[in-house]
Ligand binder design. Structure first.
Ligand code: BGC
Length: 539
């Protein structure tokens, strides 16, 4: 089959415009990664602590208390959670493109302005909330926009590039924080915060030029505009047969969905859409439960405990491994498919977490009075760090990007924005829960579980669950149009059989078959009956 990802011969027109557009939109991931990555460094800056202090803490002079810190950190997750949920009504009302422009230009921008201007905690916290709200909106809108514009044969790479941008954002945050951390003026925190204006302007500038997605325009009944958008994406004249065929299929799929009734939130939980929602939410929840953000949020402290002297170097290394490992993943998504990669990733992460947990537990000791842990064998600690990096490799090349790819492509158009916003909100909810609970689980002292390195056993158990989850829940969607994914779920009842499924019918066939039986929109067909139509016409 060769190594290169080649455009199939039967795909007319050019793919590069849609690919470039998809890659450009992925830039929103930089906002996501940077915004989540920057706060840890800012909170540790001496000038920031002094400026925002409301009193003396212990023997450290003017400082910010633990509860103020947790308020500032967790308000972002609250914002992202509600932002992701609001993405659906916004995207179905304003459209995917204008929603992105609004989210970045108004909501996120307001958050950045407030944080830059702030010299006290209340305004800074409000800024974190709005920036988080904007990031939450953007984090659901990007995979939606990308999936609805990408050519099917390379959709995985395009949506996966969003994850690549997230990792670059995290790395940039580490670099900028490090560059300004010692400044003894407001520049120490204002520069890393204000840099985000640049990301926002780049995203908005591009979105003003890019087209609305043809699928949203069809949903709105704007056929002419949908045809213009698709011809721009595929670089083919609007009356070209390939454009007419692709649009006809999207249109037929949409009419078919409408014929089943109007789509409300309740429809996201029914029938095979409910199964898909469970798959998407489970995938995003498990992506967080693999323990990735333990490394990015608390890794510095953990590595320092392991006897490593320069935490900055460690955070640079883990961030760089994260960025670089995403690249082979992007290549593999459309080459080998979602299911085998997720399975391989889960097994790889599972083994790494077990080794890290065992090494950490066996080779570290703890002072029973102060609770401070120390290394009993430096080589074992270094080996553990190497396995953390291998774990990041497995995450970044599989579960990192594929969680976004799969959730972007498994839902039917009618409820796509709603379902995608719920799966993304699940990611943020778990992100928050883990960030919030981890210190209590790991730390020594009253009210804490003092798990120390044993926390890795929890991540190991979750990665083990990931293996079963992929086997039973993940359908192979590589190389299918979004409309064929719908058929796949209607026809194949068991995820493990999805790899051998070949689409044999189109929604236009179904429409024709329905027309014979009394026309679309009669609302008389229940889902079981619809599935029969698919089977009959494909038989
Ligand atoms: C996750 C983030 C994580 C990042 C690391 C994303 O896919 O959703 O929570 O920090 O990957 O690269």
């Amino acid at each position: 089959m060769g190594f290169a990802l080649k455009k199939p011969k039967d795909v007319p027109g050019r793919s590069w415009p849609a690919i470039m557009i998809g890659f450009f939109v992925a830039f929103g991931g930089v906002l996501f990664g940077y915004d989540t990555g920057t706060i840890g460094g800012i909170l540790a800056m001496p000038y920031w602590k002094q400026e925002f202090s409301t009193g003396f803490v212990d023997d450290q002079g003017p400082n910010v208390t633990a509860s103020q810190t947790s308020q500032i950190v967790s308000i972002l997750s609250a914002g992202t959670f509600f932002g992701a949920l609001s993405a659906a009504p916004l995207a179905d009302w304003l459209g995917r493109r204008w929603s992105l422009i609004f989210s970045a230009g108004v909501v996120f921008n307001l958050g950045v302005i407030l944080q830059t201007a702030a010299t006290a905690i209340p305004m800074f916290t409000a800024g974190r909330f709005f920036a988080g709200y904007g990031v939450g909106l953007i984090s659901a809108l990007i995979p939606l926009y990308q999936s609805e514009t990408a050519p099917k044969w390379i959709r995985g790479v395009i949506v996966g590039s969003y994850q690549f941008a997230i990792t670059i954002g995290l790395l940039l945050a580490a670099i900028v924080n490090n560059a300004t951390k010692k400044q003894n003026n407001t520049g120490s925190y204002r520069i890393p915060v204000a840099v985000q204006f640049a990301w926002m302007l780049i995203l908005i500038g591009g979105m003003l030029i890019l087209p609305e997605t043809p699928r949203f325009l069809i949903k709105q009944g704007k056929h002419e505009q949908a045809s213009r958008s698709l011809s721009k994406l595929r670089r083919l004249p609007g009356d070209h047969e390939a454009i007419r065929e692709e649009l006809a299929e999207v249109q037929a799929n949409h009419e078919y969905e409408l014929s089943l009734g109007k789509a409300g939130y309740i429809d996201c939980f029914k029938g095979n859409v409910g199964k898909r929602l469970l798959t998407g939410c489970g995938l995003q929840a498990l992506q967080q439960l693999t323990g990735i953000n333990f490394i990015f949020y608390y890794g510095t402290a953990y590595f320092t405990n392991s006897g490593i002297k320069n935490p900055f170097v460690i955070s640079m290394i883990t961030s760089a491994v994260n960025v670089l490992s995403t690249l082979p993943g992007l290549y593999a998504i459309d080459k080998f498919g979602r299911r085998p990669l997720l399975l391989a990733g889960a097994i790889g992460m599972c083994v790494c977490q077990l080794i890290v947990a065992s090494l950490g537990t066996v080779y570290s000791g703890q002072d029973p009075v102060t609770g401070k842990s120390f290394s009993l064998n430096d080589d074992a600690q270094r080996a553990a760090i190497a396995f953390v990096c291998i774990y990041i490799f497995f995450f970044a090349s599989t579960w990192g990007p594929i969680a976004w790819v799969v959730t972007g492509e498994i839902f039917p158009l009618k409820v796509r924005a709603k379902c995608l916003s719920m799966t993304t909100a699940t990611n943020w909810l778990l992100n928050f829960a883990i960030a919030y609970a981890t210190p209590y689980l790991v730390n020594f002292g009253p009210g804490n579980a003092n798990l120390q390195s044993k926390i890795f056993f929890i991540w190991f158990a979750c990665c083990f669950l990931c293996i079963a989850f992929v086997y039973f829940m993940i359908y192979e969607t590589k190389g299918l149009t979004l409309e064929q994914v719908d058929e796949l779920y209607a026809e194949v009842k068991v995820a493990s059989k999805s790899r051998s499924w070949v689409p044999t019918t189109t929604f236009r066939d179904i429409r024709a078959s329905k027309a014979e039986q009394g026309g679309l929109g009669s609302g008389a067909y229940d889902e079981k009956h619809e599935n029969q139509v698919v089977h009959e016409s494909s038989a």
